[in-house]
Design a protein around this ligand. Sequence first.
Ligand code: ATP
Length: 268
Amino acid sequence: AKREGFATIPDVTWNDVGSLGSVRKELEFSISRPIKYPEVYQGMGLDLATGVLLYGPPGCGKTLVAKAIANDAGANFMCVKGPELLNKFVGESERAVRQLFARARNSSPCIIFFDEIDALAPSRGNDGNGAADRVVNQLLTEMDGLEKRKNIYLIAATNRPDMVDSALLRPGRLDKLLYVPLPDPAGRASILDTLVRRVPLAGDVDVPSIGMSQHCEGFSGADLGALVREACIAALQEQIDESVKMEKAPLPGGVKINHPFVRAHHFE
Ligand code: ATP
């Protein structure tokens, strides 16, 4: 179903997301609660069609929280990448955007996730045959069709909020901006905690202290994911028992190692 572009409910849950408590709360009040309790929101005179822009550095969980909120709401999820919207559908771009929203309406409640939304904005006006302009204009038309957008929620993501066309950010479109930051030490510990849930750990592995360690400074959730994967592979290579152990290694003097995993692995 995914390959054919049909919407499905993602299997990512909030248990898979570490840190990001305030992003979760905002998304719950903007998306999953309106889907679950529409009468409460209508009673407040609130418009149910919400659009959220998630912005922040790469690998910090924007896609993950979008899937988790869809799962939480029991909503279908469709993922479209900005560059795909431009390239894949050249020549029939408006029709493709119309079809996207029509499919979402057929699968409602539905969340459409636009990844790399910034890819659409800078192309506007710089594009010889006007294909990009037509995609964006059609997108704006669909976003504005509030009646037709019933129970369709939009989430867009970008690492470059400054590049996003301001027309997309007007009220009624992607009007809620949420920052998804690089985790602080406690956030890293919480993310590591979720990432090792299914990993067999030796008793001495102190997950919070690894996460809080200054050697993980600047790590994104994706970097922490790579750290866990590498630790698992290292444990398998040891072939003694198949669990991840705590090991300390000195930093080789004078050698500057910049790969996140290598930096994290040298704890001393
Ligand atoms: P990009 O901007 O590059 O698209 P992104 O912000 O959408 O990145 P994700 O794709 O959501 O980042 O995260 C990549 C991977 O990193 C996830 O699949 C997950 O393994 C891990 N990860 C990132 N953030 C978190 C988090 N807060 N909790 C748990 N895992 C995380």
